[in-house]
Design a protein around this ligand. Structure first.
Ligand code: GLV
Ligand code: MN
Ligand code: MN
Length: 415
């Protein structure tokens, strides 16, 4: 079948693959816990590799575990058109965050294969390592190495909260490949993803034509006080690290609210030591996540946050260390690819709207080294990073169809 203007993905096959892989790390509440570089991650990677090889794709793995499944095109001199996302999840993750982008791409590839459709450029599916940043901070770590934002050594040296090194765990699961990250160039990269917010659903639109990603900054704070007996230590003599941290967490929320409606901020991880009911907490570690589409607003939030640490903690006789461990500036996607997505949605008759991503995505880093964009589909109630995350059969199918349409639109322009 060549040339075809109307290749149709197989919605049921896509859904079956989503549900099949959702068993790898399935949680009792219907989500997935498949943290990066665990045995479950290895299992889903092995499954993905087998499926791609069954389509005749060659699968390569780079030095930070990013996987590339390639189907040749008519012109080997053209750079590949990539489609992909991530197969790792949050500890209480849903079935669609990241996974839809990889399996939607697999479905698009299966469609090309079944119909024997020859593209001009090679087509690749990518599974990026550690997008979530839950086990190893920061998020988008291996796409960051691919884009030259981080060195491989930096990625290898990252520690999880149990002290296990990224490099050792990558080796252990057998996915430290030989290819240099980023040596391999793309002509374009399209990432399909669930919106992870409520806008498409509220406006009854099927497709989000993503214009860019807001800026994100992560901080780590350790507050140090003094362990003491909760019964025998007078209030005025205490150095309560948890009390100081609690006041900071309130302040972080207030700072985000001061820059509403576009700013957001949260503490998602806190470790209280020694965490014993009759010991005044001596040390607390917590994280901060600030986001806004304008990097200048993030500068202002950062200044307030740093001033608050001194203002709140010093009067409580606490000391602290603070570090900004991640800064991912706001990103604008490539107009030519955005146009391919818009045409891809129109071609299948789907409603759409322009949208900015509130979540981080590998596409934000890949946009530094290749023309890149994203396609969003709705998720129920806008809920994500939650086992209840839900995107329907039809929405998943629409996303994969627009992904295929957009890739083929871009490819035709190369012909
Ligand atoms: C990644 O999923 C992020 O937005 O934090
Ligand atoms: Mn994701
Ligand atoms: Mn996520």
């Amino acid at each position: 079948m060549q040339p075809s203007q109307n290749l149709q993905i197989d919605a049921k096959r896509l859904w079956d693959s989503l549900m099949q892989t959702a068993q790898i790390g399935a949680t009792p509440k219907g989500g997935i816990c498949r943290l990066t570089l665990t045995d479950l991650d290895r299992q889903v990677r092995d499954w993905f590799k087998t499926q791609c090889e069954a389509l005749g794709c060659s699968v390569t793995v780079d030095e930070v575990g990013n996987m590339f499944a390639r189907r040749p095109g008519k012109d080997p001199a053209l750079l590949p058109i990539a489609m992909g996302s991530h197969l790792d999840t949050q500890p209480t993750g849903g079935k669609f965050d990241g996974v839809l982008g990889v399996l939607g791409a697999l479905e698009a590839m299966r469609t090309l294969h079944d119909l024997g459709y020859e593209t001009n450029a090679p087509i690749e599916i990518v599974n990026w390592t550690n997008e979530e940043g839950s086990r190893y901070a920061p998020a988008m770590l291996a796409s960051g190495v691919f884009a030259g934002v981080f060195t491989p050594e930096y990625a290898y040296s990252r520690l999880d909260r149990d002290g296990k090194r990224f490099g050792d765990e990558l080796d252990r699961i057998g996915y430290k490949g030989g290819a240099k990250a980023g040596a391999h160039k793309f002509g374009a990269m399209f990432e399909l993803h669930i919106e992870q917010g409520p806008i498409l659903e509220a406006e009854d639109r099927m497709i989000g034509v993503v214009q860019g990603v807001q800026g994100m900054r992560w901080y780590e704070v350790t507050v140090v006080g003094q362990e003491a007996h909760t019964g025998a230590t007078p209030m005025r003599l205490r150095k309560n690290a948890l009390l100081g941290s609690a006041r900071m967490i309130e302040r972080i929320d207030a700072i985000a609210n001061e820059h509403a409606p576009d700013a957001v901020g949260a503490t998602g991880l806190i470790e209280n030591r020694p965490n014993s009911r009759n010991v005044v907490p001596g040390e607390v570690f917590f994280t901060v996540d600030f986001r806004h589409p304008d990097d200048k607003v993030l500068d202002a939030m950062e200044t307030k946050f740093r001033a608050s640490l001194a203002e709140i903690l010093i009067p409580l006789r606490l000391t602290y260390q603070e570090a900004r461990i991640w800064d991912s500036p706001a990103v604008k996607f490539a107009p030519e690819l955005i146009d391919c997505v818009r045409k891809g949605a129109e071609k299948s008759g789907f409603t759409s709207r322009d949208i900015i991503s509130g979540a981080g995505h590998d596409a934000a880093y890949i946009a530094r080294v290749a023309p890149t964009t994203m396609i969003f589909v709705p998720c129920l109630g806008g809920i994500s990073h939650n086992e209840a995350e839900s995107t329907s059969f039809d929405e998943c199918a629409a996303g994969a169809q627009v992904l295929l349409n957009a890739v083929l639109e871009f490819d035709r322009r190369l012909g």
